[in-house]
Design a protein around this ligand. Structure first.
Ligand code: ZN
Length: 242
């Protein structure tokens, strides 16, 4: 196979490679409505975690107060019982003072604890609302995820078929040229071989980078004895069909 023929085959192979690139890009592109819904779900989940964390803290504080309140109430009951059995007025007064102290502390603590109960109720209601919202999102999200999976599976199938075809085409191209093409393609964002385009009667430019080619370069491309690269963008030059 002469170089010009190999380059023609290579150019056709590049068309396949670009199709494959496109399919890959399609696969990675998330449908906007799915992306949006996933983002909403993420936000709701973050908020939910935050609220649950808050609830845990408030509950912990509530339980601590509650425990102390039980303890204080128990102590007060005991003091009240003991007061009844006081053997002197002085002793009764001592119990009375203790009961007073305990009552004051119980009142203070109760006052601190009641807002915690309200806060827990508020947080629980918010959590329930968020969970409802999340549950509401689920059917549509599931539907979109499933559609996306099907879309990707379909693209994968097309990709595999095209890739097989591409490999078949690659076998016909000399290894050296193919490897040179692949290296350039990786470095030059998708294009490894470019057509030469005639400008006027005697000039040519590189179709990929549009730079006008020196005459001796164009001549060498036409002679087709070896591969020639565009002096500007470095891509392999194919003389085209014309
Ligand atoms: Zn070029």
């Amino acid at each position: 196979m002469d170089v010009s023929t190999a380059l023609r085959e290579l150019f056709a192979l590049q068309e396949k490679d670009r199709e494959l690139d496109q399919i890959k890009a399609e696969m990675e592109k998330l449908p906007p409505e799915l992306a949006e819904l996933r983002e909403r779900r993420e936000k709701l989940l973050d908020r939910l975690t935050e609220l649950k964390e808050q609830l845990k803290e408030v509950r912990r504080e509530y339980e601590k107060n509650d425990l102390e309140l039980r303890d204080l109430t128990q102590k007060r009951s005991k003091a009240q019982e003991e007061q009844l059995q006081a053997e002197s007025a002085r002793e009764a007064t001592q119990y009375e003072n203790r009961i007073q102290q305990l009552s004051t502390r119980i009142d203070e603590l109760t006052e601190l604890t009641l807002p915690l109960v309200e806060e827990m109720e508020r947080l629980e209601a918010d959590i329930q609302e968020l969970e409802g919202e999340l549950a509401g999102l689920k059917p549509e999200l599931d539907r979109l995820e499933e559609a996306n999976r099907e879309r990707i599976a379909e693209l994968e199938k097309t990709y595999a078929e095209l890739h097989q075809e591409r490999e078949r085409m690659a076998k016909a191209i000399p290894q050296r040229i193919l490897r040179e093409y692949e290296t350039i393609r990786r470095a030059r964002k998708g294009l490894g071989v470019a057509r030469m385009v005639r400008v006027g009667d005697t000039s040519f430019r590189c179709e990929a980078c549009h730079v006008q080619l020196p005459t001796h370069v164009a001549q060498r491309v036409y002679q087709g004895r070896t591969t020639v690269r565009c002096p500007s963008c470095g891509r392999l030059l194919w003389r085209g069909e014309g």
